[in-house]
Design a protein. Sequence first.
Length: 153
Amino acid sequence: MNVFADRPELLGASAEQLAAYRALVQQAYHLYGSRHFAHYDFLYALSDQLAGKGLEHHQSSENTVNPIAFTDWNHAAYERDLLAHEFTHSWNGKFRRPADLWTPNYNVPMQDSLLWVYEGQTEYWGFVLASRAGLWSRQQTLDQLALAPGYDQ
């Protein structure tokens, strides 16, 4: 995990916090049963100067969250699944791509009938991994599932 922040004091992650992120990686390997990359990098920005986002790649992800992600852990809880979500995209979307989201080149538009697999299923497994890794408590996980679109149907 490569972390940078707007100010040095925002980088104060505790041993417990880092252990949860290490557990995230191990839980993903247990869940998916394979590793299709030589090395994976989480590029993790703690910033209010950059737009909050996650962008998945095959062997890395670019992730930006609230700058207090480590220093005010309890108030930044609901962004903790971002790395789990983007890491899951390495398997669900990059390594295995829904059929009509694959295109032979950039001149052919993607179709989105299977976008629910790419994003919806990835969101679900991101929640599961965040919970299993200890990034969320049981109650935080249940709260997020209750708030997620489509889970109340």
